[in-house]
Design a protein around this ligand. Structure first.
Ligand SMILES: [Zn+2]
Ligand SMILES: [Zn+2]
Length: 279
């Protein structure tokens, strides 16, 4: 298995060579083994097996039935708005929530942050930390956005405001959220990858190992949102932050040591993993 760490390619290579040489997985700068999911299908099955995804898939069925009932071309517009909003939500949750300044003490917030994202940066090869808090989007955020969509469309005189809001969230935003989970699993799993999967891996590797203040997007095409917010990775101007794997904290920070131990059994963080993480 190739466990070569991600490295940037010099400018001037053709697009073909760039794609051909893209990394097939993300590893830490050590010998830890990346979790293998060999094919695109394996990675899709991995996402489909996550408990929250069964709820998400049922919402897609509700969205389809609602769209059939509406039988209107505006259904397409509602879906496109849902997709666009989810790209922005994906970015904002990652940048402003998961990467917020952590508390000084290990309190409930830091525990939640560690399980949701800090642990993932700490141990990017650990599949138990890939999904973070997968229930975040459903039902809380989707319910909020259905209500907002309902209110806005009622304000603009839509004939069926709730139905269009349901279609936008359940057929636009939630399928986009599922592709986000797939893209993230794809970025971290070891296996055979097509050009799109290699591209996703390459872009996400920059967030983990070059500059965690850039490339907050994970989904294909999300670079547009990073560019709009001014956080797209720029190889000419970036500077690699200190302690990149622990997002600026010292690797042996007492809070991190405590959190690693706290989640060791639930997330299968081995003693060896914890020892390596200290350096
Ligand atoms: Zn991150
Ligand atoms: Zn990641």
């Amino acid at each position: 298995m190739d466990t070569t760490s991600f490295t940037l390619r010099p400018r001037g290579l053709s697009f073909y060579l760039l794609v051909r040489n893209m990394p097939t997985m993300i590893t830490r700068d050590d010998n830890s083994t990346a979790y293998p999911l060999e094919t695109t299908w394996d990675r899709m099955k991995h996402v489909a097996a996550l408990p929250p995804q069964k709820i998400l898939l049922s919402t897609v069925v509700i969205g389809m039935l609602t769209a059939i009932w509406l039988a209107s071309p505006f259904v397409i517009l509602a879906i496109l708005i849902g997709i666009g909003l989810q790209y922005i939500i994906e970015y904002c949750v990652h940048r402003f929530l998961y990467h917020m300044t952590p508390p000084d003490q290990v309190n409930d917030l830091f525990k939640w942050l560690y399980k949701s994202h800090w642990g993932h940066h700490d141990f990017p090869n650990n599949p138990n930390l890939w999904g973070g808090n997968g229930l975040l989007f459903v039902p809380i955020i989707s319910a909020i956005f259905i209500l907002i969509g309902w209110a806005l469309m009622a304000l603009f005189g839509s004939a069926h405001p709730l139905a269009y809001a349901v279609v936008g969230v359940y057929l636009g935003a939630i399928p986009t959220y599922i592709t986000y989970e797939w893209a993230h699993v794809t970025a971290h799993a070891a296996g055979k990858k097509n050009w799109l999967e290699r591209y996703i891996t390459k872009e996400h590797a920059k967030h983990h190992f070059q500059d965690y203040n850039s490339n907050y997007h994970v989904n294909a095409g999300g670079i547009v949102v990073d560019r709009a917010f001014g956080t797209a990775f720029d190889r000419e101007t970036y500077s690699r932050p200190d302690h990149i794997r622990t997002m600026g904290l010292a690797p042996d920070d007492a809070r991190l040591v405590q959190l690693r131990e706290m989640y060791a059994s639930e997330c299968n963080i081995t003693e060896l993993d914890r020892q390596k993480a200290l350096s």
